[in-house]
Design a protein around this ligand. Structure first.
Ligand code: NAG
Ligand code: NAG
Ligand code: NAG
Ligand code: NAG
Ligand code: NAG
Length: 951
């Protein structure tokens, strides 16, 4: 590998010299790539501009922009970046694998105007050389692990408009200028100081602010600042959002805060402010006020508060309030939330006749309220008066009980269509098309509202976002929003799914362009949402196969080398030296990125994966046993990649799942996965034979299960006839397999995608549960549930899990109940818009024979008088699909019930059937079964992947 690189480097170097300076950037891009994994596969050839490398934009044959988000880049950004001297935009956001410190050579990029490294894994100190980027307008380094002080040199960036350093581990005071030393007070053109969620300390320097400043957002929340708010802050006239909450600030709030008449959102909560409550009469367009948890002098609720007619949210928990609550407070026209917990407010609470119909929550817990006057129509807000005298006398009024969960479970609804049944990694878009969305979270650091249940706010967010994507000509079909929550910093966090147009997946350039629109704030949400940032997840679904880096060398390059024959020798020597140095580097890099590099399967030891019974295959071994992954051995494809049938030298048949991309998962995750899979041994679970982690490939080798999926048999595709006894036997096997995963596997595993295409049948029609691609072990700390992004298949998915995202083994029980219903009806869970559960329930009449279900039963299941125990079977199935997890049985109980049914029906649940499926077939022939089987063993594959389409 490293030698190959060395040779390539020499060739490229020569080529560059021969073509007289054209594309000098290729050399440095190649050097960068040497330290990076998962660069785009089309980063080959000699001209990144002509060859249109993904994420690279050129002007006059020079690289002027690199934007690569969410593509799984990992490794370190080497100093070579500093040599791309024409670079104006560098955005590598949302690549968590990018680590190490930010190279000081970044300071050489004299033309850089956008530096965006949001949500990566960088750490170490910020280089002082950032101060040399004199053209910089946009600097976003938030959500990394940077530590140390904010470099004073940033004060030199006179064109800076946006400075986001939030969510790092930065420490020390905010630097301000002092004689020749620069400081952030010089940034008079900057509109945004986003420094929240760090460890910044000391006093906020008085020198930082002045009337020359044009700041709109000052976000210093969740740091370690102490001392007083500097008086100079009152001079920053343009201020719209001020967050100083969650620090250790003290003293009086300066009265000239009242001069900041443009402020919309003001957070001073969770500090040690004392003195009188600040007079905020002047803040006439204030929407959100939080001054909770300070030590203000006790006082009454000031009358001027009710004159702030734009107020949506008033948070004054623990602020020393006493006396009566003015009725006018509730008639502020926009008011949604009033939190006055832990004060000494007394008297009778009265909303008056004209209270705002937007009122959503009034929390007066722990006050001295002794009465409540309710007038006119019933208020619809949540009122909480717990721990007030009014609630101490055994009164059971609703306001004396803890409120029912007020979390919003908003999720963008389908747009006049019925959600599609999608394969495991696909998601049904708002337009009901299955595709692979780009997902991430939008975080709003200071929204102007607090009622998250109002769906119009999400509609406006979506429509503005779609407009922005459209005007930037991005390949986006639709976007969906879900699960709005407030986190511990009072940030509003919303899940975002972006669906591709014109196909079911994005390509790299699409992802990077979308990432840039969001990382660069090209998209501006409605003003009410306030400042935001986006964190994209890795996009794992690119269509192209994994590329072997450095494999192809363009013809032009070779011709160039030949033509330049006479200088070749000299140059070889010169560049050979460079290549030698690179070799060491490359070797080190390779080692770091290959968790098995130091692992010798014969010796075992240290870093090696802890495998029980599974073996490691080389790429060449698997190549040999699949006839070089020939088309003939390809038995399907899925989200994970291709599946091949192979024959090992010992004649064992195997199914080989070959990951499409090296970027599918990091080596460590792969190791974790195979360790987990190799510990799973049960006759009703598809066993892992081994794996391959070699030559950049990741493959899983499973036992081959000859009779395909249960779905194929139910649909008649496989030609195996399933009578009642066979069905009971199969469902019992599947139930035992799942019970094993839940109760006996170590660590326990929740399958997450139980369905009839993931239950395979062996030659004796034993059921084997397959596809743990989505399975997650339960962590020790959190055995009861796992909160995850919702994955699964429509129709089988537990609605409770879908809504709460809390995964328990009861979600598998739900899916299993659907499989049970499918087993007796042979219908898809959702067929022609009808849901199987409802179909069964609607037709069911418990007083009648077979619960009156004859009509919905699979006609091939057998004669009515043979279906003994069917009623009990339906009972269990319906218990499995109860709305809430705690009403559903555990898998162990399901196993027992099915065993009982079998015994009652006269079958022995533990008999190992001596006959093969073929001999059963003979019996069924005389019933004129419609799915006569031509040849049982001609079936093409043990399907392992739920996305699989048989070829
Ligand atoms: C700001 O407030 C202070 C004190 O509250 C006042 O004296 C001063 O005139 C105000 N300045 C402006 C520019 O309004
Ligand atoms: C609050 O400040 C305003 C000027 O902005 C002033 O008119 C008013 O009297 C002050 N109120 C109190 C209670 O100090
Ligand atoms: C006030 O402090 C309490 C206790 O630390 C905390 O639970 C609460 O969330 C704080 N309130 C606000 C509005 O930050
Ligand atoms: C409420 O408390 C104030 C002092 O904080 C007191 O003067 C007043 O009498 C109290 N009112 C009632 C109804 O208890
Ligand atoms: C509501 O949401 C918050 C934040 O996500 C969470 O901590 C809390 O448990 C939720 N409440 C319920 C009842 O689910």
């Amino acid at each position: 590998m490293s030698v190959r690189f060395g040779v390539l480097f020499v060739l490229v170097f020569i080529h560059v010299l021969l073509t007289s300076g054209q594309n000098q950037d290729i050399v440095y891009l190649q050097a960068l790539m040497d330290n990076l994994e998962n660069t785009p596969p089309n980063w080959v050839g000699s001209d990144p501009c002509l060859d249109k490398w993904d994420g690279i934009t050129c002007t006059d044959s020079r690289v002027t922009s690199i934007t690569l988000s969410s593509i799984g880049l990992s490794g370190e950004l080497s100093g070579d970046i500093g040599q791309l001297s024409e670079l104006q935009t560098l955005d590598l956001s949302y690549n968590k694998g990018l680590t190490g410190s930010l190279t000081p050579d970044i300071g050489n990029l004299k033309k850089l105007s956008n530096l965006i490294l949001v949500g990566c894994g960088f750490n170490g100190p910020l280089p002082e050389t950032l101060g040399s980027l004199t053209q910089l307008g946009y600097l976003a380094l938030n959500s990394n692990g940077f530590s140390g002080p904010i470099p004073a040199s940033i004060g030199n960036l006179s064109k800076l408009y946006w400075l986001d350093l939030a969510d790092n581990k930065l420490s020390g005071p905010i630097p301000v200028s002092n004689g020749p030393t620069p400081g952030l007070d010089l940034l008079v053109n900057t509109k945004h100081f986003h420094f929240g969620k760090n460890r910044l300390s000391g006093e906020i320097p008085s020198r930082l602010f002045s009337s020359k400043m044009t700041l709109k957002h000052v976000l210093f929340e969740d740091n370690l600042f102490k001392g007083k708010i500097p008086l100079t802050l009152g001079l920053v006239q343009n201020l719209e959002v001020l967050r100083l909450d969650r620090n250790s600030l003290s003293g009086e709030v300066p009265s000239n805060i009242n001069n900041l008449t443009s402020i919309n959102q003001l957070f001073l909560s969770n500090n040690n402010f004392d003195g009188p409550l600040p007079n905020l009469t002047g803040l006439t367009i204030l929407n959100y006020l939080d001054i909770s948890n300070n030590t203000f002098k006790p006082s009454e609720i000031p009358p001027w508060l009710s004159s702030l007619q734009s107020l949506t949210t008033l948070m004054m928990q623990d602020t020393g309030l006493r006396g009566a609550v003015p009725t006018e407070l509730f008639s502020i026209s926009q008011i949604e939330t009033v939190v006055l917990r832990n004060n000494e407010l007394n008297g009778t609470l009265d909303f008056g006749d004209t209270y705002s119909n937007r009122l959503h929550l009034i929390d007066m817990t722990s006050n001295l309220i002794s009465g409540f006057t309710q007038r006119g129509s019933r208020y619809s807000a949540n009122l909480i008066l717990i721990s007030n005298p009014i609630c101490t006398e055994g009164i059971t009024a609703p306001y004396c009980n803890p409120p029912t969960d007020s979390n919003s479970t908003y999720s963008t609804p389908p747009e006049n269509c019925f959600p599609s049944t999608c394969t495991s990694n696909q998601v049904s878009s708002p337009n009901c098309k299955c595709s692979y969305p780009y997902t991430g979270t939008l975080t709003f650091r200071a929204p102007s509202f607090s009622d998250l249940g109002n769906s119009t706010i999400y509609t406006s967010l979506r429509s503005t976002m779609m407009k922005s994507f459209e005007s930037n000509q991005l390949p986006v079909d639709s976007v969906s929003l879900s699960q709005p929550t407030k986190d511990s910093n009072d940030y509003l966090v919303i899940n975002l799914d972006i669906f591709p147009s014109g196909g079911e997946r994005f390509n790299r350039s699409g992802i990077s362009q979308i990432g840039f629109v969001l990382s660069n704030q090209t998209y501006k949400p409605p003003h009410t949402f306030g400042p935001y940032f986006f964190i994209g997840h890795n996009y794992d679904f690119f269509a192209d196969a994994s590329n072997r880096r450095h494999k192809s060398i363009s013809i032009g390059l070779i011709i160039g080398v030949v033509a330049g024959g006479c200088v070749l020798l000299l140059l070889l020597i010169v560049s050979g030296v460079y290549a030698f140095c690179q070799k060491g580097k490359a070797e080190r890099a390779t080692k770091k990125n290959t968790p098995f590099a130091s692992w010798d399967p014969d010796k075992g030891g240290g870093d090696c994966p802890q495998l029980k019974g599974a073996r490691s295959f080389t790429f060449d071994e698997l190549k040999a046993c699949t006839n070089n992954f020939s088309v003939a051995t390809n038995i399907g494809s899925g989200g994970y990649g291709m599946v091949y049938r192979g024959t090992l030298p010992n004649k064992q048949l195997v199914a080989i799942k070959r990951a499409q991309l090296r970027s599918t998962q990091g080596g460590l995750e792969f190791k974790t996965e195979i360790e987990l899979l190799s510990r799973v041994h049960h006759k009703n679970v598809v066993g892992l034979v081994g794996f391959c982690f070699d030559e950049g490939e990741q493959m899983l080798v499973y036992e081959y299960v000859v009779n395909g999926t249960l779905k194929d048999s139910l649909s008649g595709r496989s030609g195996i006839r399933l009578d009642w006894m066979r069905r009971l036997k199969i469902i019992l096997g599947a139930a035992r397999g799942l019970q094993y995963l839940h109760d006996l596997a170590d660590p326990p595993i929740i399958h997450r995608d139980v369905k009839t295409t993931n239950i395979l049948l062996d030659e004796r029609l034993n059921a084997k549960v397959a596809d743990f691609g989505l399975s997650k072990p339960l962590g020790d700390a959190d055995r009861t549930h796992v909160t995850t992004q919702v994955k699964g298949t429509m129709g089988y998915m537990d609605p409770e899990y879908y809504m709460t995202q809390q995964l328990t083994e009861k979600s598998d029980v739900y899916s299993f109940g659907i499989v049970m219903l499918e087993l007796i009806t042979a219908r898809n869970p959702i067929e022609k818009g009808k849901y199987i559960v409802r179909e069964v329930k609607e037709n069911m009449d418990k007083r009648k024979d077979l619960y009156n279900l004859r009509e919905v039963l699979d006609p091939t299941i057998g004669l009515t008088n043979e279906l003994q125990g069917l009623e009990k079977f339906v009972d269990i199935a319906l218990r499995c699909v109860e709305d809430t997890g705690h009403q559903r049985p555990r898998m162990s109980e399901v196993v027992k019930e099915i065993e009982n049914i079998m015994e009652l029906a006269g079958f022995n649940p533990n008999a190992e059937s001596a006959s093969t499926s073929e001999s059963y077939e003979g019996k069924s022939n005389d019933r004129g079964h419609p799915y006569l089987k031509d040849s049982l063993f001609s079936y093409s594959g043990g399907l392992l992947d739920s996305n699989l389409e048989a070829k």
